[in-house]
Design a protein around this ligand. Structure first.
Ligand code: NAG
Ligand code: NAG
Length: 364
């Protein structure tokens, strides 16, 4: 009996050792880091370079915001509807916005993305990675620098070849909810998933809707991936933070904060308002839904089974400060007209102190 036990134990040790040394293609990468697949090693080097030289030492600042934005502007250039009509519908997350920047950054909806494209391109070329991979990687690393940020999946192996995306596939802030739902629906996203994607506006700012106030954020905490965006878009609008009313702009509740028309409308539309409200007191849900929808967006135009999972390279983000959004100081629940018919608005407390004013973008 006891002999049998021992030999079984030995067997377990032996088979365990075999499992460890066997297939995986585990590889030793730079600085003692280990990847589950040798082809992921290069991304550790890209990571080091980006954190130091693009994100100013792993900050959730303007470059992180713009890198996250670029993931969308590249990927959403994908239309099954156009393919059905016998036309080229775009290659999705294929790097075409970088490879064909002279065409795509001139699309009206891509106003301003040329800056981050030009900043990023030398990094991609230096490390010999495809533009499509690079754009999704940079966005995932950038947003991992934000407090409470998501840890996005990162799959590598997109071809470097692309054709220019057709114009008019990127939704604009001045588009109607109907138009946004139709365009995003064509690319495969439900109304709720559109809201999930908009969690990105928690760490975002406008530059060109009102060009007189570039860098004006969409919520009071643009370095923190928190739910404040979902509350502040619901507050009653009172002012224009810059030079009056622009196309795609609505009244904002706070000085120094910008409100896009599309955010204003999606927050209040019966098709999207309940998903919007669901994040107000549940930051973890917002992160989980964002991770799921970004995993879908990042592989638009690709068969994910042909890509290699290098998610382990993406840093673990710093923890969130709070699970529940707070009302900016000086605001009360009466400043929030109910938009979701199914569920009452959760009780939130207001920040103490004098009324919130954001002014110029706070450094992270
Ligand atoms: C990808 O294509 C661009 C040209 O669009 C080129 O500059 C770059 O070196 C290519 N990268 C790789 C990894 O082949
Ligand atoms: C602000 O808007 C006014 C029109 O309302 C325009 O005449 C003026 O040039 C704008 N200022 C700047 C700095 O763009």
């Amino acid at each position: 009996m006891s002999f049998k036990k021992i030999s079984l134990g030995l067997l377990a040790i032996v088979s365990c050792a075999v499992a460890v040394s066997l297939p995986q293609k585990r590889a030793a990468c730079s600085n003692g880091r280990i990847a589950s697949h040798a082809s992921c090693c290069v991304w550790f080097d890209v990571l080091d370079d980006l954190q130091e030289n693009l994100f100013d030492g792993a900050q959730c600042g303007e470059e992180a915001h713009e890198s996250l934005r670029l993931t969308f502007h590249d990927a959403i250039g994908f239309s099954p509807q156009l393919f059905k009509q016998g036309k080229f519908g775009g290659g999705g997350a294929d790097g075409s916005i970088m490879a064909h920047s002279e065409i795509e950054t001139n699309f009206h909806a891509n106003n301003g993305v040329d800056e981050i494209v030009e900043e990023q391109r030398p990094f991609a070329i230096k490390h010999g990675v495809s533009f499509g991979d690079f754009i999704q990687f940079a966005g995932a690393v950038g947003v991992s620098n934000c407090l409470g940020g998501p840890r996005l999946q990162f799959l590598a192996g997109r071809a470097n070849f692309s054709l220019p995306s057709p114009d008019l596939l990127v939704p604009e802030p001045s588009d109607s909810v109907d138009a946004i739902l139709a365009r995003m629906g064509d690319a495969g996203f439900s109304p709720a998933e559109i809201v999930d994607l908009l969690a990105s506006h928690s760490v975002a700012a406008q530059d060109h809707v009102d060009p007189t106030i570039p860098g004006t954020p969409f919520d009071s905490t643009p370095s923190s991936f928190d739910a404040n965006f979902f509350v502040e878009t619901l507050l009653t609008g009172k002012l224009f933070p810059g030079n009056g009313s622009n196309v795609g702009e609505e009244l904002s509740p706070l000085p120094g904060e910008f409100r896009l028309t599309s955010d204003f409308e999606l927050a209040r539309d019966p098709r999207t308002a309940c998903e919007w409200q669901s994040f107000v007191n549940n930051q973890a849900l917002m992160v989980a839904k964002f991770e799921a929808v970004m995993a879908k967006m990042a592989v638009l135009g690709h068969d994910p089974r042909t890509l290699v999972d290098c998610s382990e390279v993406i840093p673990i983000p710093p923890a969130a400060k709070a699970q529940v959004a707070s009302l900016p100081a000086g605001q009360s629940l009466s400043d929030i007209p109910a938009a979701c018919a199914a569920t009452p608005f959760p009780t939130l407390s207001a920040d103490p102190g004098p009324a919130t004013s954001i002014g110029p973008v706070p450094p992270s």
